[in-house]
Design a protein around this ligand. Sequence first.
Ligand code: ACO
Length: 401
Amino acid sequence: VDFSNFRSQSGGIITMDPGYKNTGSCKSAITYLDGEEGVLMYRGYPIEQLAEKSNFEEVMYLLLKGELPTAEQAKKFKSDINEYDVVSEDVTKILNAFPSTAHPMGVLSTLTSSLTAFNPKAVNVKSEEDMYRAAVTLLAKFPVLAAWTLRKMKGLPLNYSDSKLGYVENFYSMMFKQPNKELEMDPIVIDALDKLLILHADHEQNCSTSTVRLVGSAHTGLFASISSGVSALWGPLHGGANQEVVEMLERIQEDGGNVQKWVDKAKDKNDDFRLMGFGHRVYKNFDPRARIIKKAADQILDKLGIQDPALDIAKKLEQAALEDEYFVSRKLYPNVDFYSGIIYKALGIPTEMFTVMFAVGRLPGWISQWIEMRTNNEPIGRPRQIYVGEPKRDYIDLGNR
Ligand code: ACO
C-alpha cells in the first residue's frame, strides 16, 4: 500500500472506512444503541417500555424535546401539529402528474421536497422556535402526503386531515376513508400501527438519518433534507427491505415452501440473492425491535383472526437460518423488517406502501437529528477519499485520440 495517498492536506492521515463501519460522524443525545447486547433506547427510555406503554404522539415529542410530555404539553403539541395539517392544493397538481404506477416512495420524496416552495417561512430556520415550527409543520403535512401516495396509486379521491382524530388514526383514516362513508377503525389495528411507528421512530446514524444530517450540514432546509432521507430509506438494503421480505416470503410459498432451498440460495456467493430482513450493520446478537415485532405479529394476526402462510414461512425460515453455520458465524439475525411487513399486510396495507409506513415512523427521528445537527453547529459533512486514478497526463486533441 502506498501510504503517501493517505496524507490529508491538513497534515493528518485519512482513515479508509468504506460504508463508515467504524466511523463516528457526530455526538448525539437522541438514541442509544448497543448492537452486542441488543439494547435500543430513545432519550434513555428502553424501546420495550415505550412500545408497550407509550404512544407514537408521545414518542415524537420525546425525540424532539428530550422529555416525555406532561398532559398539557401533549395537548399543546397535538394542537400545534393540527395548525399546519393543510397541504396546498398546488401540491396535488404535482401528485397528479405522476403515473399511478409510480412507486409511492419516489412520489413521497418529491412531494416532501416540494413543500419547501409552499412553506417559505419554514426554510431558513435558525432559532429554536423557528425549528420547532418547521418540525410541527412537517409532522403535520408528511402523513397527508404519505396517505395521498396510496390514494394516487389506487386511483382514489384524496382525503384531508381531521384534527379531531389522533395522529395515527388520522393517518389511517386519510389512507382508507371512502367518500361519504364512516370509516370503522378497529382499535387493534390502530394500536398495532402505533407500535410499529414507535419501533421505527429513530435508530441513530443509519443510512437515511446520516443522509438527512449530511444534506442538512450544508444548511439545506429541513424539508429538502428529509426528502433525501426518504430516498435513502427507499433502498432494498435499508427500509425497502420490508417490501422485499413479504415479496420473498410469497415467492417461497409459491415455490412450494422449501425454506432450506432459499437459505442455501442466500449462502451461494455466485447468487446475488440475500435473505431479506436478515442481518444488520450494528446488531450482532439480536435486533430488540425484531423480538417485539415477532411477538406482536403473532398476537395481531390472532386477534384479527387472520391466518397468513407467510408468517409460518417466516418462522421456518428464521429457524433454518439460525441453525445454519453461515448465518451463525456472520451473526445474521432477523432485523426489524423481517416481521413488520407481515403485520402491515394483516392491517390491509398494500405491499408498495410498507416503506412509506416506515418513513412516517422515522420522520420524528430524522427531524430531531436534523435539529440536533443544526443546534450543535456541526461543520459541513465532507468525507475524503484515496485517489486511485490516472497520474497527471496531457490533454490529447480530438483528432489525435
Ligand atoms: N443474506 C445472506 N448473506 C448476508 C446477508 C443476508 N441477508 N446479510 C449479510 N450477509 C453476508 C454478506 O454476504 C457478508 O458475507 P461475507 O463475509 O462472506 O462476504 C457478511 O454477511 C457481512 O455482510 P455485509 O454486507 O458486509 O454487512 P453490512 O453490515 O455491510 O450489511 C445489511 C448489513 C445491509 C443489513 C445486510 O445484512 C443485508 O443486505 N441484509 C438484507 C437486507 C435487509 O434486511 N436490510 C434491512 C436492514 S435493517 C434496516 O435498514 C431497517
